[in-house]
Design a protein around this ligand. Structure first.
Ligand SMILES: Cc1cc2nc3c(=O)[nH]c(=O)nc-3n(C[C@H](O)[C@H](O)[C@H](O)COP(=O)(O)O)c2cc1C
Length: 207
């Protein structure tokens, strides 16, 4: 049984999207089934038009499919990402996560494992608070939370952030190989842990 991993994110200018693909590759490289989904844009057109990097990103023809609650139901594990916005996740991501009330009431999220990731423009501008705020949803859903931790020395080399992979976008830079390697590690670790849990559950059902 392959673990099913959903990577769901919001990105305005592409940085979190790039990290999302790094995580997805990490999960896929372990043999997991992976879906990558972005949440819908909800900002007014005039706000988008005020930032050329934002409007350019949204006009690309290779954007990922929009996330639905069916994707959430499908997944055994979820990696959830957002740019840091004033020290927390973007409202676009929260708007999507707030549609999970029905699933929460049914207890449909209790057996999943979640992990979070982000990008910000400064090292002290809120990457940790953003990951922790995304994780707040998981406490309510009852999911297990998987931090990135320090599974290999590479994490110390990048941001040294064990809460979740995070890219610091200085002067409009885009995620580099180091950040993508950390994201890959997080995705692989999520898929491996989910796979172990699924196997354990199946074995306990058979005994
Ligand atoms: C409205 C707004 C608020 C932001 N707030 C923060 C912040 O609190 N801390 C920070 O370091 N960067 C902040 N940023 C910068 C973004 O987090 C950063 O550019 C990020 O890499 C964007 O990711 P994306 O390309 O996936 O949209 C903010 C950007 C915007 C547009």
């Amino acid at each position: 049984m392959k673990p099913k991993i959903l990577v769901v994110y919001y990105s305005a200018t592409g940085n979190v999207a790039r990290l999302a693909h790094g995580l997805a590759k990490g999960a896929a490289d372990t043999g997991a089934d992976v879906r990558i989904r972005r949440v819908a844009e909800t900002a007014p057109l005039e706000a988008i038009a005020s930032n050329p990097r934002w409007s350019d990103y949204l006009s690309r023809d290779d954007l990922d499919e929009i996330a639905s609650l069916d994707d959430v139901v499908w997944a055994d594990g979820m990696a959830i990402g957002s740019p840091t916005r004033f020290g927390g996740p973007a409202s676009q991501l929260k708007a999507f996560l707030d549609t999970t009330g029905g699933l929460w009431m049914q207890g449909a999220l209790l057996t999943k494992v979640c992990t979070a990731f982000t990008s910000a423009s400064t090292g002290h501008g809120g990457v940790e608070s953003t990951v922790l705020a995304i994780n707040n949803h998981c406490y309510h859903w009852g999911t297990l939370i998987m931090p990135l931790g320090y599974p290999d020395s590479h994490i110390l080399k990048v941001t040294g952030n064990p809460y979740g992979s995070s890219f610091i976008a200085r002067s409009g830079s885009t995620p580099d190989e180091d950040s993508l390697t950390a994201a890959h590690t997080q995705g692989a670790r999520l898929a491996t842990i989910v796979g172990d849990l699924l196997r354990g559950r199946r074995e306990s059902e058979m005994t």
